[in-house]
Design a protein around this ligand. Structure first.
Ligand code: NAD
Ligand code: MG
Length: 392
């Protein structure tokens, strides 16, 4: 039996992970679960999976959960706070850790899992964007096994030779072709984009995801974050990563080899496929995913992205080139801007404005050590929050 810790278990990726685990109860046991403050959600999961440890980032929520579990006679230990999130990631009962907390909040637990030498199933792309070098070092030093969950990076991994491990540029590869759906606003005019509502931005045409990544997909910041993620996973620069808009979201990415071969991974857009791939690897597991019917799909289209309509993509590419503190600033300002957009405090097009302003001011700061990364993350959040008043 393989113990699995699911960090961010009440989220979209977390739920899909538990769905796959559920299909293989002979193989996996849930060792630890974590959530922010969804007491009901985590309680239900504890009743279902009986983990040894349940962590809530929020203290008051943890107390409520503890009470409910006691009343139900469950023995799950409940802990609160960020140190406890790291403990869940290091849990001796868990050989595998799904890092599926959203945003910078997931960085330290993902790092802890890497340092503890786990099989790290990495969904939390923000960890690599903020601290790619530190994270990849932790993977090497901890002897961890890193498997990408982001569907594009998982697709690339699947197209690489057997025996390939993330952290080096794969032999014989010329380029990585990263596909993007283009989001719900592909082809919209700047005037239309200025009027976009949170509800529209969260209604992705192909994927069902958490709200933050849904907005990132709509601005195409998500693809920019993924270019940076790819650079760390596959040890390369943005010059070797080409973004292609592929509206059907069936080809999840491609790898071009020196001999002219292009390998692609195709499947229906369902996160249970990359999750099952990483849980089972090198075996293949039933994932509950609808088989892909290529005849019914009919056609696959590809087009170049439009960085004028989606300036977040350009900002992210620039931050990737600049390196240093730029990706930290990009990520933190984006998190603040997306949250403000979801609260109706800034227009959709204001997200790129806020990120651009933060980059102008702060991108030259260093971010080599973890303390510097965390300090720059905090500084950027403060600065971006202050900028929000200009939209009031
Ligand atoms: P989500 O919002 O649905 O879930 C986020 C999870 O993180 C929840 O369990 C929540 O309780 C927890 N969380 C949120 N804030 C927290 C905090 N401050 N402290 C501790 N826990 C906190 O998000 P999601 O869509 O599942 O995405 C999770 C991660 O996976 C993101 O980094 C996202 O970019 C990445 N990802 C998601 C998808 C997808 O299909 N949803 C695809 C690729 C990558
Ligand atoms: Mg993705």
């Amino acid at each position: 039996m393989i113990g699995v810790a699911v960090l961010g278990s009440t989220g979209s990726v977390g739920l899909s992970t538990l769905d796959v685990i559920d299909r293989h109860r002979d193989r996996f046991r849930v060792a630890a679960l974590t959530a922010h403050r969804d007491v009901e959600g985590l309680f239900r999961q504890c009743c279902e999976h009986h983990p040894s440890l349940a962590v809530m980032a929020d203290e008051a929520a943890a107390h409520k959960l503890e009470k409910k579990l006691k009343q139900s006679g469950l023995k799950t230990e409940v802990r609160a706070g960020s140190a406890a999130l790291r403990e869940a990631a290091e849990s001796p009962e868990a050989r595998y850790v799904m890092a599926a907390i959203v945003g910078a909040a997931g960085l330290e637990s993902a790092l802890a899992a890497a340092r503890a030498g786990k099989r790290v199933l990495l969904a939390n792309k923000e960890a690599l964007v903020m601290a790619g070098r530190i994270f990849m070092e932790a993977v090497r030093e901890g002897g961890a096994e890193l498997l990408p969950i982001d569907s594009e990076h998982n697709a690339v991994f699947q197209c690489l030779p057997a025996g390939y491990r993330p952290g080096t540029w794969p032999r014989g590869v010329r380029r990585i072709l990263l596909t993007a759906s283009g989001g719900p606003f592909r082809g919209w005019s700047p005037e239309q984009l200025a009027q976009v509502t949170p509800k529209q931005a969260c209604a992705h045409p192909n994927w069902s995801m958490g709200r933050k990544i849904s907005v990132d997909s709509a601005t195409m910041m998500n693809k920019g974050l993924e270019v940076i993620e790819a650079c760390w996973l596959f040890d390369t620069t943005p010059a070797r990563v080409q973004v292609l808009v592929h509206p059907q979201s069936v080809v999840h990415s491609m790898v071009e080899y020196d001999d002219g071969s292009v390998l692609a991974q195709l499947s229906n857009p369902d996160m249970r496929t990359p999750i099952a791939q990483a849980l089972g690897w090198p075996d293949r597991l039933e994932a509950g995913v609808e088989p892909l019917d290529v005849l019914q799909r009919g056609r696959l289209d590809f087009e170049p992205p439009d960085p004028d309509a989606f300036p977040c993509l350009r900002l992210a590419m620039q931050a990737a080139e600049t390196g240093g503190g730029a990706p930290v600033v990009l990520n933190a300002a984006n998190e603040v801007a997306v949250a403000a957009f979801l609260e109706g405090r800034v227009p959709f097009t204001g997200i790129a404005d806020l990120v651009a302003r933060a980059l102008d001011r702060l991108a030259s700061n260093p971010a080599d050590a973890l303390e510097e990364v965390l300090a720059l993350d905090r500084l950027t959040r403060g600065t971006a929050e202050a900028e929000l008043t200009s939209f009031a």
